[in-house]
Design a protein around this ligand. Structure first.
Ligand SMILES: [Mg+2]
Length: 167
């Protein structure tokens, strides 16, 4: 069934909630990060201090990090500067090329790679199609472009179908 490709393996409220040691203990060595609504708010350029700290901690661990984003280069370069991690911009997620390119840069196989993002139809779907561990940032009320409204409604429907029904 289609829905299984849209099911995140893990959901969190914020990037900084992700337990780095937990990922490592699951054999994850590569971490792919979305940009908008994952490491920066969609209308912001700067990465919040707390997020920077988390990323530096992840980098200092055995994880290798790479940004994979559909955003344009100028936006990406500004955000990435304080982080010092490689990136794939204009990735056209959920198309697989960007994910593959990033894994190639990190030298990790899909089974030892995780992808963190806030969108089911780009971040989660692409990751799942490749067998990459998908982590969804579930935003209660995302601030973003008006045309994302329909997509978000569809995502809510998908997530509702995936919650185990209470007997
Ligand atoms: Mg995003």
């Amino acid at each position: 069934m289609m829905l299984k490709w849209l099911r995140p393996r893990q959901t969190v409220g914020f990037l900084t909630e992700i337990d780095i040691d937990d990922l490592l203990s699951q054999g994850i060595r590569g971490l792919l990060l979305d940009l908008d609504n994952t490491i920066v708010a969609w209308d912001q350029h700067d990465v919040e201090h707390e997020v920077q700290e988390w990323i530096h901690r992840a980098k200092a661990s055995a994880l290798a990090l790479c940004l994979v984003t559909n955003a344009k280069l100028d936006r990406v370069e500004r955000a990435i500067k304080p982080l010092g991690i490689p990136y794939v911009a204009l990735a056209r997620k959920p198309m697989l090329r960007g994910f593959k390119k990033a894994m190639q840069m990190l030298g990790t196989a899909p089974g030892e790679t995780a992808m963190v993002g806030d969108q089911i139809f780009t971040d989660v779907l692409g990751a799942n199609l490749l067998g990459v561990h998908s982590i969804l940032i579930e935003l209660p009320d995302p601030k973003e472009q008006w045309w994302m409204k329909g997509t978000r409604r569809l995502e809510k429907w998908v997530m509702k179908r995936q919650k185990p029904s209470k007997a």
